[in-house]
Every structure is written in C-alpha cells, then in structure tokens.
Design a protein around this ligand. Structure first.
Ligand SMILES: [Ca+2]
Ligand SMILES: [Ca+2]
Length: 406
C-alpha cells in the first residue's frame, strides 16, 4: 500500500469557491475518489483518544478558516492541488518547537514566596493593588500544564490535548508548566508569583512530552481558544517556516478579538538580520524577544523588524512539574511576561468603553507604555521596548493609531 502523509488543506472561502454548494469534505472525497473519516476538532474534548492525523482526518470547521487535515498519497495531493476550490495544500509536520535554549538551574528551592526578577522588572507588583488579573482567561498553547502544582492549582480552569497519544492536558515535559507559572503562579505564601497571579489558566496541549508538535495540533488549539472564550493566547513555540494555514487561523483569532503573544525564536543572528520565526512573525501576533537581567538582548534571541516587545527571558525562575521550580532561558520565558501584562491591562480596563478594551487597544497600550531600550523608538532588537505591566494597566487613553501596529 502506498504510504500516506498528513496534509493541511485550506479551502477558499465558500463565496469564492468554484463549487459554492458542496461541503469541503464532499469536495475532497470527489477529488481523491475515496472517502475519509473525519473528526470535528471542535468536539475533541469529548473523545476518549486524540486523533492520529496520519490515519484519520480532522475538520476545523470555521467559516473563515475552512481547513481539513488529512492523510493523502502523492497522487491524491496532486488531485487536491488541481481542485479550483482549494487555496493551499501543505504538508503537516512535527516542526513546532518549545523555544527554550539554555538548560537553566534545576531543582531550585524557594524558602519564602519569591518574586522572580522578571516579574519585578516589568513592574507587575505595582499593578497588583488594582488588579491581579482575576477572571481573565489566558490559554497556554504548549506541552500542557501540571495542574497539581500548588502554585497553579488556584488558577487552573481546564484544558485539552491535541497531541496524539496524550489524552491529558497535564504537562509531561515541563516547558508549559514553567510558562504558565510566569503568567499566573498564585499569590499563596509559597513558591513564586506570576505577572497576573489570579488570571485563569487554560492548558491547550499542542506539544508532546518531547517538546515538539505538529502544525495541525497548533491550528486545532487556536480554534479551541476561539470557541472557548479565551482572551489571551501565549505561544512560547514556533518554527522557522510554517504552513499558510497557521496564519489563516492566527488571523481569525485576532479578528475575533483575542490577543496573541508569541516567542520571537532563539535563532540569534545579526542585529540587522531577521530571524523571527512563526507564528511570532505574523501581523496578528505580538512577537517578543528575550532580554537579560542587564537589559541587554540575550545573544540567543531572534531579532528582526517584527519584534514588537521585549521581556525578561534569561534565567527565569518559575514552576515545573511535581511541585518544583527551575530557572530556564529562551524567548519562551519572555513571551509569558507579555501575556501576563496583557491580562492585567485587560482586567483594569474591563469596565471601560470598547475603544479601551479591544485587543487592538490593549496591543497599542502595551506598545506605547513599554520602556524603551537600545536606540530611541522601535527597533529590531527590543521592538517598542520592555513591557511595562504597571503602566499598561493604569493607562487611561489609547491613541487612535500606532505606526506599525494594526
Ligand atoms: Ca506562589
Ligand atoms: Ca528602542
């Protein structure tokens, strides 16, 4: 039997299809002259097992993002590519990676509750009198979260896994738990404290135990966020290239009002080059670079014109599974500082008029309140500057436009 591989098919919007009447699953089975069994990505949480998309199809059923993930052989790929209803056919691949580089200090013990240096540096504690982010829904698209960790338990509100063979959103790596702790480790007299210590945390597992994931899992995870009332998405992950389908889904989430924050990548590069990866590079996503305790760019951080903000990402202390704590380094550790700041800003503005509470407004607030580093104004190392959680939370006005931002 000819080997099949998983492909991601994006269909043209229904009004632009040659065949406007026929459903996309139907269009596909006509094109390849066989039937494929599909699972609906939106009802996966009721399934006992995760789908293996090398064997079974996955239907991402969004009107603005009609996507199927299906196992196809070479002839079938050619047939689908020729179909006038189809916008793109791209190989799914396990090319999404957790973006931490240096192995930091493991097994750190905290004697009293500790405020990690990055939380202080972005001035989050100064916002806590006014808000701790309670009720703001933040999704960690990652390797899962250890929801039994004492610093996570108070804020964990649920999750889902899109990883084949890993039904539970529990973290079997440690990356996701570390990222979650930076966003929202609880204020509970022990362990550490996150940027938004009362934010609601959701584990959307799109990376397996080894820290890598398929593009299709990330796409399905984004759809879950759109349909489950998530307000802020943190993606401490990515790759150096990505299928167009990922942009389709990020853009849809942004257009539905979600704030998307992602690690710029750990590709270093020259200060004039562009090494920002995907999804960070999309216009719909806030790309975050990694600074050290000395407010310099980490040598390992990606840089480029799409870097929007920078945040502490070097020797970041946070939670790891089994009730532990570790220091890790990478843009993976920087991104959740910005996601947490977004949660605080959303929280303080929640009763304000729409022009202050939309994702567009919060994004502008984060950029304008950032503390400049490097040369004046936006640059390709630090973006608009180091995120300032206090100022973003307290700002009362948002300009009608910011150059370079939506
Ligand atoms: Ca704590
Ligand atoms: Ca600057």
């Amino acid at each position: 039997m000819e080997t099949k591989q998983s492909y991601i098919i994006v269909f043209k919007p229904k009004e632009k299809r040659a065949d406007k009447k026929t459903d996309k699953q139907e269009i596909l089975s006509k094109a390849i002259k066989s039937r494929i069994e599909f699972l609906d990505a939106g009802i996966l949480d009721t399934m006992p097992r995760r789908p293996d998309t090398s064997k079974i199809g996955l239907d991402v059923n969004e009107y603005e993002a009609p996507i199927l993930v299906v196992p196809l052989n070479k002839d079938e790929v050619s047939a689908v590519r020729r179909n006038p209803n189809v916008a793109s056919v791209e190989k799914d691949a396990r090319e999404v990676f957790a973006l931490y580089t240096v192995e930091g200090q493991e097994g750190v013990t905290t004697t009293a509750e500790t405020v990690p240096w990055g939380i202080d540096r972005i001035r989050a504690p100064l916002a806590w009198d006014l808000t701790k982010g309670k009720g703001i829904k933040v999704a960690v698209l990652d390797s899962g979260i250890d929801f039994t960790h004492p610093d996570i338990v108070p804020n964990y509100k649920g999750g889902i896994s899109f990883v084949t063979n890993e039904t539970s959103p529990r973290d079997f790596n440690r990356h996701g738990t570390h990222v979650a702790g930076t966003i929202g480790a609880a204020m509970n007299d022990s362990g550490v404290i996150g940027v938004a210590p009362s934010a609601y945390l959701y584990a959307v597992k799109v990376l397996g135990a080894n820290g890598s994931g398929n593009w299709s899992w990330l796409i399905a995870g984004l759809e879950w966020c759109i349909n489950n009332g998530i307000q802020v998405i943190n993606m401490s992950l990515g790759g150096s290239s990505a299928p167009a389908a990922l942009q389709t889904m990020c853009d849809l989430a942004w257009n539905r009002g979600l704030i998307l924050v992602a690690a710029a990548g750990n590709e270093d590069g020259s200060d004039t080059g562009d090494t920002v990866g995907y999804p960070a590079k999309y216009e719909s996503v806030i790309a975050v670079s990694n600074i050290t305790n000395a407010n310099t760019l980490s040598p390992s951080s990606s840089r480029g014109p799409k870097v929007e903000l920078c945040a502490p990402g070097t020797n970041v202390l946070s939670t790891v599974p089994a009730g532990g704590f570790s220091s890790l380094t990478g843009t993976s550790m920087a991104s959740p500082h910005v996601a947490g700041a977004a949660a605080l800003a959303l929280s303080t503005h929640r009763w304000a008029p729409d022009e202050l509470t939309s994702n567009v407004a919060i994004r502008r607030l984060l950029a304008l309140s950032a503390d400049n580093l490097g040369v004046p104004n936006r640059d390709r190392l630090f973006g608009f500057g180091r995120v300032d959680a206090e100022e973003a939370a307290f700002s009362l006005s948002v300009p009608s436009s910011v150059p370079g931002l939506p």
